[in-house]
Design a binder for this molecule. Structure first.
Ligand code: AMP
Ligand code: MG
Length: 402
């Protein structure tokens, strides 16, 4: 199979990915989720004219400086007042309290002097001052959060104020993660000779959870066809939307992911992508389950997950911002001419006083190196066959702080 470009490979993944079904969830569980229907205001806010300050509710026409008004009552937030303000009268009022009938203005308490039932006012106010009108924020029936909106904490605040306790959102993608490799042991385990501590499962599950997916980590699967097939079946039995494997995706004698997927009847979309790090990269579908077979090297697995798993999960979750947004920067050091694979170099990012971002690739770019991956701020994108470039040349990056 010929090497696919990253863009074509991503298009192939997304071609089969559709937003998941709708479910109704409590607002507290809805951050980061995408609405499946328009949300209209179920009420008007404020529901009546209310005071924006602590002071006195008055009739603006009565306030000539100096003037003294008779205080006929007190109105606090949540405790409306039955009476009406007549000529020469005022009511003590606090922030958020409903304006009494007859009054049209609030005089702030700082410009008043109280003496028993009388309040002296030292400053005139224009009519309507310090009053928040009924419906100032929104009116019942207005659609304020549209279908397709990804709920932020601010969006949740608005949904709550509109009086929605629950919201209809796309279901969260369910993801299973597994790592293949006889050389792997779980973190915290003493490795036997020839063994290494594995890191891909934890990283991939964390990435998926960061995208609000539900992730289950199957742990380590031995390099055997039967064990790999058993893991695929387990994922299907759990009805996960996406199975992400790491390692065993190439054509070595101990690489069983492709063979196991084929044996189970997977519809293969691609197996090789023209990118570095991470050429062996499998994508296909097994029944309704998306299978993403990532390379084993930790940097390859992570970069491929950023490029393909994140957009896939976002699409399933109903989002429309799928890939990380490319940003402009300049090179902080020279780079060599590139070959025919797109290269995603690990780089640091610093900002000059004029706002220019400077991306400096780490000298060592081997796909096994976790230290530069962990220290990188961004991936510096080098297009296939890009020419050598000097420091200061404009470049494109993907910020890893997302
Ligand atoms: P593979 O893709 O299985 O050929 O693995 C490529 C390289 O990545 C080998 O050096 C593996 O030991 C290493 N590797 C595979 N899986 C993991 C993992 N989960 N964590 C860390 N390194 C891994
Ligand atoms: Mg392996």
């Amino acid at each position: 199979m010929a090497l696919l470009s990253v863009a074509d490979a991503l298009a192939a993944v997304l071609a089969h990915a559709h937003p998941l079904a709708s479910e109704t969830v409590p607002l507290a569980d809805a951050v980061g989720r995408v609405l499946t229907a328009d949300l209209a205001a179920l009420r008007t806010q404020p529901p009546a004219d209310v005071s924006a300050m602590d002071g006195y509710a008055v009739r603006a026409a009565d306030v000539t400086v100096p003037s003294a008004l008779r205080v006929i009552g007190e109105i606090a937030a949540g405790r409306p007042f039955d009476g009406a303000i007549g000529p020469g009268e005022a009511a003590r009022i606090f922030t958020g309290a409903v304006m009494p009938a007859g009054a049209d203005t609030v005089v702030i308490q700082e410009v008043t002097t109280r003496d028993g039932d009388t309040v002296a006012i030292q400053r005139a106010e224009t009519a309507g001052r310090h009053v928040r009108r009924k419906g100032f924020d929104f009116r019942e029936g207005e659609v304020l959060l549209p279908k397709g909106f990804c709920l932020t904490p601010r969006g949740i605040a608005l949904a709550a104020a509109l009086n929605h306790a629950t919201v209809p959102v796309h279901r969260r993608p369910r993801v299973a993660v597994l790592a293949t490799g006889d050389e792997l042991v779980e973190p915290g385990t003493p490795p036997a000779p020839g063994q290494i501590v594995h890191s891909n499962g934890i990283a991939l599950a964390a990435l998926a959870r960061g995208e609000r997916a539900e992730a289950v980590d199957f742990g380590i699967v031995p390099d055997r066809l039967d064990a790999t097939i058993a893991a695929l079946r387990r994922a299907r039995a759990l009805d996960v939307d996406v199975l992400v494997t790491s390692g065993g995706a190439s054509v070595g004698d101990y690489d069983f992911v492709h063979q196991a997927c084929a044996a189970e009847g997977m519809t293969l979309s691609f197996w090789k992508v023209a990118l570095r790090p991470g050429r062996p990269l499998i994508y296909g579908r097994l029944g309704g389950m998306h299978v993403l077979g990532l390379p084993g090297n930790p940097v390859s697995a992570y970069v491929c997950a950023v490029l393909f798993l994140i957009p896939l999960l976002r699409r399933l979750a109903g989002r429309s911002d799928l890939s990380l947004r490319p940003e402009s920067a300049v090179l902080g050091s020279p780079v060599r001419a590139n070959d025919d694979r797109a290269d995603y170099m690990r780089a640091t990012l610093r900002e000059l006083s004029d706002g220019t971002k400077v991306a400096t690739p780490f000298p060592a770019q081997d796909s096994s190196l976790l230290v530069p991956l962990a220290r990188a701020d961004c991936l510096l994108l080098r297009e296939p066959n890009a020419a050598a470039a000097d420091a200061g040349t404009p470049c494109v990056i993907l910020n890893l702080q997302f």
